[in-house]
Write a protein that binds this ligand. Structure first.
Ligand SMILES: Nc1nc2c(c(=O)[nH]1)N[C@H]1C(S)=C(S)[C@@H](COP(=O)(O)O)O[C@H]1N2
Ligand SMILES: [Mo]
Length: 198
């Protein structure tokens, strides 16, 4: 059972401005897709303004409370995809584990190959925000972020880091890979926050 919106035929009110619904699952990223023979060398680092920094291996991560969420995502290039089923760890669980300090206001996500993105602590901690290992009841495929990706359905999909390896809590807002190249620091699709000048 996925929590969240029921699958609905009627998509009215679900499509932000200048977006079109696709039934495919496009693949978009900069750089190379990582392939892992096994996950023994994989870990997720949680650090910065936290009481208890973490270095989690995949097995430990899988022992944290698991949640299934259904949501819609919106890519800045103009496609939206409805009713995506994700399973993983809600970001609130990560916060609970690490103990976020009061002066932590922003988050930097680190992916393989040094790719980064940034968002506010409020956006990171939304109930719909999830660190997903599975999509529609199957482990993520390599091109969609195996073994772990972030999903922030309320922000343009570029904030949803694939191949996630690090989460850093910071006081200030540091632009990530696309944000340094002119993409919006927040990226709310309902406000068409595509570029920093929008
Ligand atoms: N690590 C990493 N994550 C990334 C990107 C990237 O280049 N590297 N691109 C983002 C962008 S621009 C989009 S639209 C989505 C695409 O996810 P998908 O390929 O699963 O559709 O991943 C996001 N996450
Ligand atoms: Mo994107």
């Amino acid at each position: 059972m996925y929590f969240g919106k029921q699958k609905r035929k009627d998509s009215s009110g679900r499509i932000p401005p200048n977006q079109n619904v696709t039934t495919t699952f496009p693949v978009l990223h900069a750089g190379n897709i990582p392939y892992y023979d096994d996950l023994s060398k994989w870990n997720l680092q949680i650090y910065g303004l936290v009481e208890n920094p973490q270095l989690l291996d995949f097995a430990t991560l899988m022992k944290l409370p698991q949640t299934k969420l259904r949501n819609d995502i919106h890519c800045v290039t103009g496609w939206s995809k409805l009713d995506m089923g994700w399973e993983g760890i809600q970001t609130a669980e990560i916060a609970k584990l690490a103990g976020i300090m009061p002066n932590a206001k922003f988050v930097i996500l680190y992916a393989e190959e040094g790719w980064t993105t940034n968002l506010s602590i409020e956006d990171f901690l939304k109930e719909s925000s999830i660190l997903a290992h599975s999509y529609n009841d199957e482990p993520l495929t390599p091109e969609h972020g195996y073994p772990l990706r972030a999903v922030f359905p309320h922000l343009y999909f570029w904030k949803s880091a694939k191949w996630l390896r690090g989460i850093q809590f910071t006081e200030h807002n540091h632009p990530g890979f696309w944000e340094r190249n002119g993409y919006h620091m927040v990226g709310n699709p309902w406000l068409s926050e595509r570029f920093s000048w929008d």
